[in-house]
Design a protein around this ligand. Structure first.
Ligand code: PEP
Ligand code: MG
Length: 593
């Protein structure tokens, strides 16, 4: 018999949204929204179609509530909050009225009417530039699939929910996209990795994968439709790589990586509750960035010293119904109380750039990253700004909150924002409403003009936090979301290092502290540079918390200061990286996967 030749290895590059390595047999899940038959009904059937819809809504609501209860019991309330959004979509009167109008006026079956309205919403949301809003298409699709299945069940069809894997053993899930119920409806103890064609780092799949600690890669545009179930898949969440049918050589290479990872993770476990200090005892605060309160449990259990950046715009964009002062206040209070005693740095809204609020951006801007964004937008929308400032202040009465303004480019903006804050404080005082009178105020330093006037800015605030994601893009004129110029987006560019150096020095000259909350704060290979430059706080992604704590504990401040001085002579990013890596490799080789 002729042996079957081994299947060729295929490598797909996507975005790594949850670190780690997973290997296992492929399993396809999450069927696309299926178009029902295009049926026309008789006039006399309109009422019975309406009845069918009502019954399907009841059945769908029951299923969502049941799922919510199960998930809440298994994973805690934060995970189940996603289903509140589903209940709102299910009962959304604009969707339901439109569906009924189609049934009445065009005499289409309720199945087809519901499908066509949902499909239109899904398609238009998918076209929106903002990744978070684009992801909301997944929620509508999830509810639509569930309701359409219930309509068919109501008509006597026997159908399976189609998303729970039926195979025994572990697996890697491959999907076009995974809706939240696809994800939470799975037996998560069996899953070794997620790989999806759609999705972004703010998708529910990404958030869940991160908090469940399952490696995940999204945005794999070339995933073959017909990849056979059971064939081996490797998900490398560190590098955003998915390897179909990995060769024996690749598997051997990754076996070594997995073994190293396992040893490192076991070894890091005891660091969860330790203080963060360099080898010579210098304190560096190690906090975490969050976008959603769902991430809190994860970062707290990993020993984050508070939240160094709470990006409030995600909550704001995703839950328009919760934008009022009471709900914002409750949200900030929850984060502050959960992170006690360290507390949270709440950043005021940073809308604009790629985070667009559709009602404010009907006419697209020619250069959104240079346009109406962050503090500029807040100052131009004083009523909304006031609501957010009051909510943050009120929450500060319950637990430690620091407040931070994003996208400061002039002293005038900072003073304008502080004036709004003072007037919000005055209002609360006159109304006898409590807040922390000593609340600390910070400025994000993420624009070169802010770096160059940092001495002036420092005199007006209690701390700086460097937004390196933007500082890199504005210093080097490289759009942070443009793939074509991604090779020029260089965190270790000597000009970026000079900007960070100047910011930290200006902060210290003026007696305030300075942190970094952009992605470079999580970069283990550059940690010696941050220590050498005298950075006081690093706010990192949850997955890097323990690794960074260990890395810092192995670094010596004096050695790092010498490194930082030496970097003045570097002309290229490679030279900076090499110099830093030499120290990192000597101090914590096992962490540099
Ligand atoms: C940054 O710019 O580095 C930052 C932390 O803010 P964002 O990524 O939200 O712009
Ligand atoms: Mg920024």
């Amino acid at each position: 018999m002729i042996p079957t030749p081994p299947k060729a290895e295929v490598r797909l590059q996507g975005i790594g949204v949850s670190p780690g390595i997973g290997i296992g047999p492929a399993e396809r899940v999450g069927k696309a929204l299926e178009e029902p038959e295009h049926l026309t009904i008789e006039r006399g059937e309109v009422e019975s179609e309406r009845e069918r819809l009502n019954e399907a809504i009841v059945a769908t609501r029951d299923q969502i509530l049941q799922l919510q209860e199960e998930i809440s019991a298994e994973e805690g309330e934060n995970h189940s909050a996603i289903f509140d959004a589903h209940l709102l979509i299910l009962e959304d009167s604009s969707i339901l009225n439109e569906v009924l109008r189609i049934v009445e006026t065009q005499r289409k079956s309720i199945d087809w009417a519901y499908y066509s309205v949902s499909k239109r919403y899904i398609d238009s949301l998918r076209k929106i530039a903002d990744p978070y809003l684009r992801e909301r298409a997944v929620d509508i699709e999830d509810v639509a699939k569930r309701l359409l299945r219930n309509l068919r069940r109501g008509a006597g069809e026997e159908i399976d929910d189609g998303v729970r894997p039926s195979q025994p053993g572990t697996s890697i899930l491959l999907a076009h996209d995974l809706t939240p119920s696809d994800t939470v409806g799975l037996d998560r103890t069996r899953i070794r990795g997620f790989a999806t064609e759609l999705g972004s780092s703010t998708s529910h799949t990404a958030i869940m994968a991160r908090s469940l600690n399952i490696p995940a890669v999204v945005a794999l545009h070339d995933m073959p439709e017909d990849f056979p179930a059971g064939d081996t898949v490797l998900v490398d969440g560190y590098h955003g790589l998915v390897i179909l049918n990995p060769s024996p050589a690749t598997l051997a290479e990754y076996d070594a990586v997995i073994e190293r990872e396992r040893t490192v993770l076991t070894d890091l476990e005891p660091l969860r509750h330790e203080d963060t200090r360099t080898a010579d005892g210098r304190k560096i605060t190690l906090s975490a960035n969050i976008e959603f309160i769902e991430e809190l449990d994860g970062i707290i259990s990993l020993g984050a010293e508070g939240v160094g950046l709470y990006r409030t715009e995600f909550f704001y964009l995703s839950r328009p119904e919760l934008r009022d002062e009471e709900n914002q206040m409750a949200n900030y209070r929850k984060v502050a109380e959960a992170t006690h005693p360290h507390g949270v740095i709440v950043r005021t809204l940073d809308i604009g750039g790629d985070k667009l609020l559709p009602e404010l951006f009907e006419d697209p801007e020619p250069n959104p990253f240079l346009g109406w964004r962050g503090i500029r937008l807040s100052l131009d929308q004083p009523a909304e700004f006031r609501v957010q400032l009051r909510a943050i202040l009120r929450a500060s009465a319950f637990a430690k909150i620091r407040l931070m303004f994003p996208f400061i480019s002039t002293l005038g903006e900072l003073r304008g924002a502080k004036a709004c804050l003072e007037s919000a404080k005055d209002e609360l005082r006159s109304a006898g409403i409590a807040f922390d009178e000593k609340i600390e105020i910070g400025a994000m330093i993420e624009i070169p003009s802010a770096v160059l006037i940092a001495d002036h800015l420092a005199k007006e605030v209690d701390f700086f936090s460097i937004g390196s994601n933007d500082l890199i893009q504005y210093t080097t004129a490289v759009d942070r979301v443009n793939d074509r110029v991604a090779h020029l987006y260089q965190p270790a560019h000597p000009a970026v290092i000079a900007m960070i150096r100047e910011t930290v020095e200006a902060a210290h000259r003026n007696g305030i502290w300075c942190g970094i909350c952009g992605e470079v704060a999580s970069d283990l290979s550059l940690a010696p540079v941050w220590v050498g430059l005298g950075v006081d706080e690093l706010s990192v992604g949850a997955a890097q918390l323990l690794r960074m704590r260990r890395a810092l504990s192995r670094l010596d401040s004096a050695t790092c200061r010498t490194l930082a001085e030496g970097l003045r002579a570097c002309g290229t990013s490679d030279e900076v990286k090499e110099a830093s890596l030499a120290i990192a490799r000597a101090a914590y080789p096992e962490l540099l996967l």
